[in-house]
Design a protein around this ligand. Structure first.
Ligand code: NAD
Length: 503
């Protein structure tokens, strides 16, 4: 039996429970169907087979989940941080113990390749460990003194929060939002993306089996316009942590306005990788290709615009095209696969429409530019050359393994092209000139920049974007600032003069 066949068999075994019982909501520690009884299908983009029926939550399900989160808040938020830490470390261990199940399920539900997803659970567990370790000190603040007063600040968990996540790498992303919320003492209602509901259910089950009290984490499946919308409007939800498209972020901001919702947005990107002719070009080729063709290009920080200095443009893009043509596209559970199927036929159609658009607007298709096979959502790793920054394929987030290469003349030209998009999530810069790197990073409009490196994550650093790419930062202590309220209490150090009025 081939490794692929063996993996397909294992995945089928792992998902048997979902096939038989469906992917139910999880409220107050119980697996429950939607109040209406409605279900929808989750299909595998590998072959469009139905993986499971999913509870189609709506307003009443969100209301129940919020009531559960509100009920659990008093105990969870008052639990000593060290005790929350102990439980969350156990959650991390339980995630690691089921890493293969999480990875295989995620591959089948999303189409992401196993070579990347095998690390998803490990990274998810790392998120839990990192934020758990900060739970004991999350409340800490500072003391500031005047001659007469002593001010003490501290932080308190804001309350039950809503977490709304997208379908690309859903497990890892969910832990990135949920772990700090729980470590801060908040309780959570999670609304996973409708295209990829499975691993959110695994997460809550794993967390409760590791000791997370019932009601602290609740999951309601369903669509954005009903379940998602209600969550953002619910008066008992104090903040919404959202990861998804920029235009959904705008909707959520409007929906949350009436209840003055605090929002944290991690949104879209059209991130440039800028390559100067003095760079280490061998490394730059590998990094540029990795950052667009890994994770199916369905990655907010993907380097989807390749800006190359004119003098090396033809040679460099030819090398990237060669890499793109050699990449193995295939079944996500094949260990050799780099690019799996895109998440869903709707998304595939969107990505394919850009191939047409690029041709119409005069770009050259140097690699890919076509669908592969007639079963499943497979598209070829694609490179557009001879592109200009005003083309649709240079401006819009395609969210697939599709790279648009644009030449530039000098630093000023590179900067103006790099910044001339609505987004500002990440930027990658390749040059061996330190002064140039300083000038460029001072002026690039991006929340995160990597010099001569691909996206090497470090959890204590701030993660987030500027412009249409987001509001707020995650990572380090920034996550706690979002999930907690800072309060100040002032005590007298001496008997200061209080003005007497009316006497
Ligand atoms: P999406 O915005 O369509 O959906 C994301 C989530 O929002 C889903 O759970 C959906 O059901 C929900 N939703 C939709 N409409 C809603 C509404 N009106 N009210 C409340 N919830 C609603 O995004 P997607 O297509 O699932 O994901 C891809 C997008 O996510 C890309 O733009 C990508 O760049 C972005 N993303 C950003 C980051 C980041 O860190 N910046 C990370 C990953 C993905």
């Amino acid at each position: 039996m081939s490794v692929l066949d063996e993996n397909i068999g294992k995945a089928s075994d792992y998902m048997a429970g979902f096939r038989e019982k469906g992917v139910l909501n999880h409220i107050g520690g119980e697996s429950v169907p939607a109040v209406s009884g409605a279900m929808f299908e989750t299909v595998s983009p590998v072959d469009m087979s139905v993986l499971a029926q999913v509870a189609k939550g709506a307003e009443e399900d969100i209301d129940r989940a919020v009531a559960a989160a509100k009920g659990a808040f008093a105990d969870w938020s008052k639990m000593p941080g060290a005790e929350r830490r102990r439980i969350l470390i156990k959650v991390a261990e339980a995630i690691e113990a089921r890493a293969e199940e999480i990875a295989f399920t995620e591959c089948m539900d999303t189409g992401q390749a196993l070579r990347f997803m095998s690390k998803a659970a490990i990274r998810g567990a790392a998120n839990f460990r990192f934020f758990a370790d900060q739970a004991p000190s999350a409340e800490d603040g500072q003391v500031t003194r005047t001659p007469t007063q002593m001010n003490t600040t501290s932080r308190r968990p804001i309350g039950p929060v809503g977490v709304i996540t997208p379908w690309n790498t859903p497990f890892m992303l969910s832990t990135w939002k949920i772990a700090p919320a729980l470590a801060a003492g908040c309780t959570v209602v999670h609304k996973p993306a409708e295209f990829s509901p499975m691993t959110a259910k695994l997460l809550v089950e794993i967390a409760e089996s590791a000791g997370l009290p019932k009601g602290v984490l609740n999951v309601v499946n369903g669509f954005g316009e009903d379940a998602g919308k209600r969550l953002t409007e619910h008066p008992d939800i104090k903040a919404i942590a959202f990861v998804g498209e920029s235009r959904t972020g705008s909707l959520i901001m409007a929906q949350g306005a009436k209840t003055l919702k605090r929002v944290h947005f991690e949104l879209g990107g059209k991130n440039p990788v800028i390559v100067f002719d003095d760079a280490d070009l061998d490394r730059a080729v590998d990094a540029a290709a990795f950052m667009i063709y890994s994770l199916n290009g369905e990655r907010c920080t993907s380097s989807s615009r390749l800006l190359v200095q004119e003098s090396i443009y033809d040679d460099f893009t030819a090398r990237v095209a060669e890499v793109a043509k050699r990449i193995k596209v295939g079944h996500p559970l094949d260990p050799e696969t780099v690019v799996g199927p895109l998440i869903h036929p709707e998304h595939e159609e969107k990505v394919l429409s850009y191939f047409e658009k690029a041709r119409e607007e005069g770009a050259t298709i140097a690699a890919g530019g076509e669908k592969i096979g007639d079963q499943g959502c497979f598209v070829a790793p694609t490179l557009f050359t001879a592109a200009t920054n005003d083309m649709t394929v240079a401006q819009e987030e395609i969210f697939g393994p599709v790279l648009t290469a644009i030449p530039f003349t000098d630093e000023d030209d590179a900067l103006s092209i790099a910044n001339d998009v609505q987004y500002g999530l990440a930027a990658y810069l390749w040059t061996n000139d330190l002064n140039r790197a300083m000038r460029m990073t001072d002026n690039l409009q991006a929340g995160m920049m990597w010099v001569n490196s691909e996206n090497v994550r470090h959890l204590p650093t701030p993660f987030g974007g500027v412009k249409a790419s987001g509001i707020g930062r995650d990572g380090g202590d920034w996550s706690f600032d979002f999930y907690m309220e800072t309060v100040n209490v002032s005590f007298p150090r001496a008997s200061h003069k209080i003005p007497k009025l009316g006497g």
